[in-house]
Design a protein around this ligand. Structure first.
Ligand code: NAD
Length: 344
């Protein structure tokens, strides 16, 4: 396997550098990191999100920022005007607690991808990337914590996560048929649990890694000495550090078109082990209160990266311990600032 270059990736050889790249969902977690990487590579970037700019997780120098509701066709037409590539990372989503309780909202994201695809086709956009999810996989294949890693074909016969997963599977197929029927260059990756700094860590949309960091930090700062864990903690997952996700998006976008491809870490842990990692980083041990009635998602899930490796010669490699240390440091800084403000 080729060694990974240090620092930001070089601009892919076949990137359309003459025109800006559109990042949809740029005010969000992964979108913000992608904008930053593209700008470091010297690319012109149009960054679009439905949120007002003061609520974006990251603002990157030199990127054009626009607030647009991309579920509307006219907004998509304005967003793609003059761009060479589209990265669709815009969706109404969150962790298990959010997607199990907001199925209709999750499904409405279908409007974003549909209108963006149509507008991109009409504007002769060169390449279109869609961020799908491991939630497309049939629940019946994820009932045991001793997982067999999911291969791409496991998505069919289809029985994805209700709401969010169905929208992702439908939008994947829209990308496929726009490629077949209209000759568009589309790329689809199925992300498996992405984590890192500059994402959401409270409010109901946060995912397990950020939530675990927040709970441990608050248990220390508040002096409660206790954290809540959803379920018995023996459910398994793999977690991908955001730098690997960005590298994967660019690798897939620059490479050949294949069926929707897994983009995830193959390092499998239980949620209890995730808590161990965070406690190690914090240098503490806490009591655990398991909430068995809380949303837990599937029992076990991991990414089989064979297709990714064989097609693109690369796969995510950041160790969970390394990525969680960076994530923990960022959330700790945010929370300590908040606590100091409250104390003043
Ligand atoms: P995020 O919630 O941080 O970012 C999504 C952004 O989309 C938000 O800033 C939101 O305001 C924006 N958005 C929502 N509706 C919009 C609209 N109508 N018009 C314009 N912008 C809109 O989520 P993320 O973690 O950065 O995820 C990015 C993409 O990756 C999403 O499609 C998500 O489903 C997918 N994904 C993420 C993960 C993960 O673990 N983070 C896993 C699987 C798939």
């Amino acid at each position: 396997m080729p060694a990974l270059p240090a620092g930001p990736l070089a601009v892919p050889d076949n990137a359309d550098t003459a025109r800006p790249a559109l990042v949809a969902g740029a005010g969000g977690f992964i979108g913000g990191h992608l904008v930053r990487t593209l700008r470091r590579q010297g690319r012109e970037v149009r960054a679009v999100d439905v949120k007002p700019v003061d609520q974006w997780y990251q603002l990157v120098d030199g990127a054009e920022t626009r607030t647009l509701d991309l579920s509307r066709r006219e907004a998509c037409e304005a967003a793609v005007d003059g761009v060479g590539e589209v990265y669709n990372l815009a969706a109404d989503m969150g962790g298990m607690g959010f997607i199990e309780n907001n199925r209709a909202l999750c499904m409405l994201s279908v409007l974003i991808n549909t209108h963006l695809l149509q507008a991109s086709r009409d504007a002769s956009v060169g390449r279109f990337f869609y961020a799908s999810s491991a939630c497309v996989y049939a629940a019946g294949k994820q009932t045991s914590p001793d997982v067999v890693p999911l291969v791409e074909s496991d998505a069919y016969p289809a029985m994805p996560e209700d709401g969010y997963g169905w929208e992702k599977l439908f939008s994947e197929r829209m990308c496929r048929h726009f490629a077949e029927d209209f000759g568009m260059e589309t790329r689809v990756a199925r992300f498996h649990n992405v984590y890192g700094p500059h994402g959401t860590y409270r409010g109901g949309r946060e995912k397990a890694p950020a939530a675990m960091c927040r709970k441990v930090i608050e248990a220390v700062l508040d002096g409660t000495g206790e954290i809540e864990i959803w379920g018995d903690g023996e459910q398994t997952r793999s977690f991908m550090y955001v730098d690997d996700c960005i590298r994967g998006i660019q690798t897939i976008m620059a490479g050949p078109a294949v069926e929707p491809v897994n983009l995830g870490s193959a390092e499998l842990v239980t949620i209890n082990q995730l808590a161990d990692v965070v406690e190690d980083i914090a240098g503490t041990r806490l009591r655990r209160r398991h909430r068995l009635d809380a949303p837990q998602g599937v029992r076990g899930r991991s990414s089989d990266n064979t297709l990714l490796r064989e097609t693109y010669g690369w796969e995510p490699s950041t160790a969970l311990r390394t990525g969680m240390a960076r994530t923990y440091a960022w959330i700790a800084e945010e929370l300590e600032t908040e606590y100091q403000l409250v104390a003043v």
